[in-house]
Design a protein around this ligand. Sequence first.
Ligand code: NAD
Length: 495
Amino acid sequence: MKRISHWIDGKVVPGNSGRTGPVYNPALGEQSAEVDLASAEEIDFAVASAKKAFSSWRAVGLSRRAEILFRMRELLDANRKEVAALVSSEHGKVLSDAEGEVARGLENLEFACGVPHLLKGAYSEQVSRGVDVHSVMQPLGVVAGITPFNFPAMVPLWMMANAIACGNAFLLKPSEKDPSASMLIAELWKRAGLPDGVFSVVHGDKVAVDRILEHPDIAAVSFVGSTPIARHIYETGTHYGKRVQALGGAKNHMVVLPDADVGLAADAAVSAGYGSAGERCMAIAVIVAVGAIADPLVAAIEERVSKLKVGPGDDPSSEMGPLVTREHLQKVSSYLDAEALGGAQVVVDGRRHTPPGSGFFIGPSLVDHVRPGSRVYDDEIFGPVLSVLRVGTYAEAVELVNSNPYANGVAIFTRDGGAARQFGVDAEVGMIGVNVPIPVPVSYYSFGGWRASLFGDTHMYGPDGIRFYTRSKVVTSRWPDPATSSIDLGFPQHR
Ligand code: NAD
């Protein structure tokens, strides 16, 4: 059986904790590998290597850092199919979708290639007679990233590109469910010329994460995952004096106004609801149909859903792959039980449309007349179950969106520019799409939700990412003529 070990100090390091976890091929429903799960001592070992590497990496010139980032960008681009194949084989998503995730990750490297510009401080001459002030942005030290199963390449790249560009040493604890992509990325960094220890990968579970949170030599933690764990990471990490950004779960709504184009809205709902089998934090989980559009919209979605091809991720004809584990499959299926539906009507039952074999497959499901208070609405399902809620007015739709505990993304579909603009003002959500169902910001903006979808002050990647991975310092200087020197006990004034 394939064994996946850690990457420390520029090489593969077999785990010695005696604990491993299973990695599955979800399309076959079989275990494909075992991954080492780090002990607290192994985390300490990796942090020590990263700390040593940091002291010289922070001193490497910006042009040289940019050169390594450019090379890494080229290498990842050249290996995008290999990374995507690893992602698909352990996560289950179809290959085209996995390649899309690598492409979005590449954008983060491209942004970070601009690090000589991004780390420019400010300079003010003559703030007082003969006194100048400048600000600098310096790296934090060893920083850690803890990432979820659903984007095993892209989400780590959201973090590592900026963290490394800013001069930090970055330690990744990827999801133990699909850990292989991170190992290939580590090899690519080495080939790009990144000094050993600046990028490390330690696999693990709660034991590894809890040591990361309390380790005195880790300055900051970036986390992406479910809301309960995000809250734990934020509370524990800040308790230990770390800078923490912890992105949590989601329940994204797509509001469809009565004037929207039904075909266009239905295409978008199906793409965003069932892409990656709904295992995206920006997936659309709820359609909010306003007024008379509900009946034609549900009919148009139903027609499209029944044609979707579910199958293995490496079959080019598959549009939707399996779920990540059997446990997750069982959880997602349970939302189609009467107890979870709370009176809602199942229009398409995905349990009836699964390919043969023992893969973790479930077909796409569509549920209509869903109401708040039912489990199918209240919970983050993270699977291919799309709910339709019917409301009478725009105001009711906004009220629904704003009263949900999650606030990651939201979309509005309409032909009315004024209504769309007002929605941008009214919706209390971090990322908003206007006729765009999955509004993941490009790499030169930042990604983050509100409320239970993000704990911390800074969003991820883009300008916020640079702020998160640096701290600023302000230097006030004066070069006086010793002949004019005198003692003055007054508080410094600048006029
Ligand atoms: P998860 O919270 O179970 O795991 C995320 C990470 O935390 C993994 O590395 C895991 O090993 C670790 N972890 C799990 N349990 C832990 C514990 N008890 N203590 C410490 N660490 C623990 O999330 P997941 O199932 O891997 O990913 C799916 C979730 O991630 C969904 O809720 C999804 O919405 C969310 N997500 C959010 C975003 C976003 O940007 N907001 C992006 C992608 C995924």
